[in-house]
Design a protein around this ligand. Structure first.
Ligand code: SF4
Length: 419
């Protein structure tokens, strides 16, 4: 288990929407944000349901206009997950969102800087015990209205140490803003310091974690399309989480936010920071030894496992019996493809040898049977690993129908390959 930095804990939510704790010893939570308009109540509710079903612990909505905060009351009544109102530019939206029953407010020091306005929001949150996220995004903390000031700041940024200068600005803005909160003895705070630059994200959160004990909301802003945004996001977030920094995360893609939730959860699962829900799938990348259409099979297996398996069964889909057994080590259920066939193992025991077209169906049957056994207490997840004697690396075993048919696989691996 990765040791995590100690932070204060904040709680958001209520009985109807559940309570989510952030920081302290709470598991790292996954957040996302709706992509549609909040004032379109039915669509917004449907999107929140979809995101919650995907595993989002908290969902944020934008409230740029009064019609959005007006819609919020109806939305909150119809959903079962805590809702955060993302407030930009106008503090009044924060007050309206609080009236509507929102569970957390996000403020950006770059956009709401007037102290009296900030104090009004703090007082209203304190009264309702609603936490506030202070988010110092790189893109908005640089003064945009005063061009000269902006040039001075950016000039410094680009002089010789980009990260050094921007970090100094981010931390200074944060300290300045938090002073307003401390004036009211308000500590129900989480902090974010997002940037599009993954290296700056790592440095900013690392520096902030040394200075404040508030829970940290990790994220990369404007990470881009999922295809490239995944790497831009998980590199800094993975680095920080593996260093024990981070209490809640949001991955952001220019795509359906369901992917943000799925990838955020997967990141936490593989780091051992969250207990996995549903099956874990590993698969080989394939190579010249492959003898079935493994890419199609893997996608089909992934879809079925997601729909039909609730327990965190580890499933391996391997393209051959040459390296597959070693690579599938630790799997509860594994399939090794042979010559247009699949040999299925459940915790080290061979249970089936089926033609390629039957692999998916049979694999799912075996996963369900194993799940039932675990639920009845007759088997334990991860208790026995796949334990198959791999073939000796002699000859040209593994590629080609002829060699498999000639029985080389049988002889060397002690597997029974029947046709
Ligand atoms: S399991 Fe077999 S087919 Fe897949 S990558 Fe390894 S050696 Fe290649």
């Amino acid at each position: 288990m990765i040791p995590r930095r100690k932070t204060r804990q904040v709680t958001l939510g209520d009985k109807e929407h559940g309570f989510v704790k952030i920081g302290g010893d709470a598991p790292v939570s996954v957040q996302t944000m709706t992509a549609g308009y909040t004032y379109e109540i039915d669509k917004c509710v449907a999107e929140i349901h979809k995101l919650a079903a995907a595993g989002a612990d908290v969902v944020r909505v934008a409230v740029p206009e009064k019609k959005d905060t007006d819609a919020l009351r109806q939305i909150i009544k119809q959903v079962q997950v805590p809702i955060v109102a993302d407030v930009h530019f106008h503090f009044q939206r924060a007050l309206e969102a609080l009236e509507a029953g929102v569970h957390k407010i996000r403020l950006n020091p770059g956009n709401i800087a007037d102290k009296q306005q900030v104090l009004q929001v703090i007082d209203a949150c304190k009264e309702r015990k609603v936490p506030i996220r202070v988010g110092v995004n790189e893109g908005s903390i640089v003064e945009r209205r005063d061009k000269q000031k902006r040039m001075k700041e950016l000039g410094g940024v680009f002089s010789n140490d980009k990260h050094g200068h921007m970090l100094a600005i981010m931390i200074a803005k944060l300290e300045e803003y938090l002073d307003i909160f401390h004036e009211r003895d308000f500590h129900d705070i989480t902090i974010s310091a997002k940037s599009i630059d993954p290296v700056l994200v790592i440095k900013a959160y690392t520096e902030i974690s040394k200075r404040f004990d508030y829970p940290l909301h990790l994220g990369v802003t404007h990470a881009g399309p999922k295809e490239t945004g995944t790497i831009r996001s998980v590199v800094p977030l993975g680095h920080l989480l593996a260093s024990g920094i981070g209490d809640t995360i949001r991955i952001s893609y220019a795509n359906d936010p369901v992917y943000e939730v799925e990838d955020g959860l997967e990141l936490l699962y593989i780091l051992g920071l969250r207990e996995r829900k549903g099956a874990e799938l590993i698969a080989c990348p394939t190579c010249g030894r492959i003898q079935v259409d493994l890419f199609t099979l893997t996608q089909a297996v992934r879809k079925k496992l997601k729909e039909e398996i609730a327990l965190p069964i580890k499933v391996a889909v391997m393209g051959c019996i040459v390296n597959g057994p070693g690579e599938a080590e630790g799997a509860d259920v594994a399939i090794f493809a042979g010559d247009r066939r699949g040999i299925i193992y459940v915790q080290g025991e061979k249970v089936a040898n089926v033609p390629e077209e039957e692999i998916l169906e049979r694999l799912l049957i075996e996963c369900k049977k194993f799940q039932d056994k675990v639920q009845r207490g007759e088997a334990k997840l991860g208790e026995k690993v796949v334990d198959i004697l791999p073939p000796d690396p002699i000859g040209e075993l593994g590629s080609g129908f002829d060699k498999i048919a000639a029985g080389n696989v049988e002889k060397i691996t002690q597997l029974t390959v029947t046709k």
